[in-house]
Ligand binder design. Structure first.
Ligand code: AMP
Ligand code: MG
Length: 480
C-alpha cells in the first residue's frame, strides 16, 4: 500500500492551461541518499518503514495516494532576455500537503523526467546539483532564511549524460509554493486576464490573505523580497541566477543552481560560469530584484481598471523597493554589529567596515563571527593588513559604548546574527565529489556541521576554515 499524504491540491484545481498533468518517469534502481525526518514530521507525512520503499516514493516510482502529478507552466526573463515559454522541464509537482498546523506546502520531485516544457533537456538531474541544493537550502533554513526545503534525495541508478556520464538523482523539494514572477508573465504575455485574475486570487489566498487586489499583492511581494534579499546579503549569499522564473511570489529563495557564499568579501563577487557580465553579482542583487519586480508589476497591469493611473501607482510601489530594502539591510547590518538601538550613522559605520574588508580580502563569515566573540580584536587576523581594522574597531567600540546593553547580551545577540559556519564552496564540492564516487560521509558530516550554524562547536571547527588556494572554488555551474 502506498502511503497517504495529507494532500489538498489547490493548484491542480486551477484552469488546465496552468499546467500539464504528467506522472514522474519510473526509475530503474532508486536508492535513498538523504531523508529529512524533521521536515517530514513538520509536514505530517507518514513514511514507509522500509528505506527501499521510501526511495521509490521520493523517486516518483510509487505515487503516494492523493497525489495529482503535474508540471507547471511559466515564462521568464533569463539574464534580461525574454523566454515566452519555460515551465517545469525536469520537475513534477506531486501536490500540496496541509501540515498539522494548517500550513500548506508543495512537494515537488526535481529530476523526475521529461515534460512538455523540457525543450531540449532530458528532464533529469544528476547527483551534483541535487546534493548542492540539499546542502545549501537546508543551511539557509537553519540560518532562518525563507527558502524551499529539501525533503529527500535519491539516486536513480540511471546514468545522466552531461559533460560526462553522471549518476542520476532526484530531489524532493518542499516550498510554500512554486509560483514565480514568470508564472504571471506567462499569462500576461498571452493577454489572458482571466488566468491572471485566477492566479492573483490564488496567490493572495495562499500567501498574503491580508492583501487586497493586485496592488496589495505587489506591495506584499515587494516587502517579502526586500526582506529576503537583505538576509542573503547579510550572509554573503549570491544567488547567481536571479531570473524572473527563479523569483517566488512567496518570498522564499528558490533554485540553488550556481549559488555560492562568498569567502573573502568583495561586492563584485560572481561565481556563476554563465554570468559573464556580473549581472547577478553580490552587490547587484537588490537592483536585480527591482528589475524583476517591475516585470511582476507589468504583468499585473491588465488587472487594473485604469491603466494610466495603474502605471503611476505601480511605478511608485516598485520605486519604493529601494527604501524598503535599505531599511531591511540596515537592520541586518545593525544586528550583525550588535547594535540594539538606531543611529543615523550606523549604516555608514557598517559600510566603512565592509570597505576595509574588501580592500583586505577579509573573510565575510569569519570577520563578523570574530567580532561577535569576547575578543573582537581577533577579527584583525582576517585582514591582509590587520592594522586596517583598528580605526574601525575604535569607532565601533565608541558606538557600542553609547548603548546601555551589557556585553554578554550583545555577544549573545551577535552570535545569533553571525553564523560560525556556512556551506563553503570547497566543502560543497568535496561532498559532491565524494558522493559521485559513492561515499556520502562528507555530505553527511557537512549537513551535521551546518545544522546549528550559530552555535560554537569545537567538534566541527574545521568547517569554519576558509579554503586554501588549492581548495578555492572560482566558478560554479548551473546544475541541470
Ligand atoms: P533553471 O536555469 O534551472 O532555472 O531552469 C530554466 C528552465 O530550463 C526551466 O524551465 C527548467 O525546467 C528547464 N530545464 C533545466 N534543466 C533541464 C533539464 N535537464 N531537462 C529539461 N528541462 C530543464
Ligand atoms: Mg528555475
Amino acid at each position: 500500500m502506498p502511503p497517504r499524504f495529507p494532500f489538498d491540491n489547490s493548484y491542480a484545481r486551477l484552469p488546465e492551461r496552468f499546467f500539464t498533468r504528467q506522472a514522474p518517469a519510473p526509475v530503474e534502481a532508486p536508492a535513498l541518499v538523504a531523508l529529512n525526518r524533521p521536515l517530514a514530521d513538520r509536514l505530517g507525512l507518514t513514511l514507509p518503514e522500509d528505506a527501499a520503499e521510501t526511495a521509490r516514493l521520493f523517486a516518483g516510482t510509487t505515487l503516494p495516494e492523493g497525489a495529482e502529478p503535474l508540471a507547471q507552466v511559466y515564462a521568464g526573463h533569463q539574464f534580461g532576455g525574454w523566454s515566452p515559454q519555460l515551465g517545469d522541464g525536469r520537475a513534477i509537482l506531486l501536490g500540496e500537503v496541509v501540515a498539522p498546523d494548517g500550513a500548506r506546502f508543495d512537494i515537488q520531485l526535481k529530476g523526475a523526467g521529461r515534460t512538455p516544457y523540457s525543450r531540449m533537456g532530458d528532464g533529469k538531474a544528476w547527483l551534483g546539483p541535487v546534493l548542492r541544493e540539499y546542502i545549501v537550502s537546508e543551511a539557509m533554513a537553519a540560518m532562518g532564511v525563507p527558502t524551499t526545503r529539501a525533503l529527500a534525495a535519491v539516486t536513480t541508478g540511471e546514468p545522466v549524460l552531461r559533460e560526462a556520464v553522471m549518476p542520476g538523482a532526484i530531489l524532493a523539494r518542499v516550498a510554500a509554493s512554486h509560483i514565480r514572477v514568470g508564472t504571471f508573465q506567462y499569462f500576461a504575455a498571452r493577454r489572458d486576464a482571466e488566468a491572471l485574475q485566477a492566479l492573483t486570487d490564488h496567490v493572495i489566498a495562499r500567501h498574503y490573505p491580508e492583501a487586497t487586489g493586485p496592488e496589495g499583492l505587489l506591495d506584499a511581494v515587494i516587502g517579502a523580497q526586500a526582506r529576503l534579499i537583505a538576509q542573503w546579503m547579510g550572509l554573503g549569499f549570491i544567488h547567481g541566477v536571479m531570473n524572473t522564473d527563479n523569483m517566488t511570489l512567496s518570498g522564499e529563495t528558490i533554485d540553488y543552481g550556481p549559488c555560492a557564499f562568498m569567502d573573502a568579501y568583495h561586492p563584485d563577487t560572481v561565481f556563476s560560469s554563465i554570468d559573464q557580465f556580473g549581472r547577478y553579482a553580490y552587490a547587484n542583487q537588490p537592483q536585480i530584484a527591482v528589475w524583476n519586480l517591475a516585470q511582476l508589476a507589468t504583468a499585473l497591469l491588465p488587472l487594473l481598471p485604469d491603466r494610466d493611473e495603474g502605471i503611476e501607482r505601480f511605478t511608485a510601489l516598485v520605486n519604493g523597493f529601494s527604501d524598503r530594502f535599505d531599511a531591511e539591510w540596515h537592520a541586518v547590518l545593525r544586528a550583525k554589529l550588535g547594535l540594539a538601538t538606531e543611529d543615523e550613522e550606523d549604516a555608514a559605520l557598517a559600510f566603512d567596515l565592509l570597505e576595509r574588508m574588501a580592500r583586505n580580502s577579509a573573510d565575510f563569515t569569519r570577520t563578523f563571527r570574530a567580532l561577535s566573540g569576547d575578543t573582537p580584536q581577533s577579527a584583525r587576523d582576517e585582514f591582509i593588513d590587520p592594522t586596517a581594522l583598528d580605526p574601525w574597531l575604535t569607532r565601533w567600540q565608541a558606538r557600542l559604548a553609547a548603548e546601555a546593553r551589557d556585553e554578554a547580551a550583545r555577544i549573545t545577540a551577535m552570535q545569533a546574527a553571525n553564523p560560525a559556519r556556512i556551506p563553503r564552496n570547497h566543502r560543497v564540492e568535496e561532498a559532491i565529489t565524494a558522493g559521485v564516487a559513492g561515499d556520502f560521509t562528507p555530505f553527511e558530516n557537512l549537513m551535521q556541521a551546518l545544522a546549528h550554524p550559530f552555535a560554537d562547536d569545537p567538534s566541527v571547527a574545521e568547517y569554519e576554515a576558509p579554503p586554501t588556494d588549492e581548495q578555492r572554488v572560482l566558478r560554479t555551474f548551473c546544475g541541470t
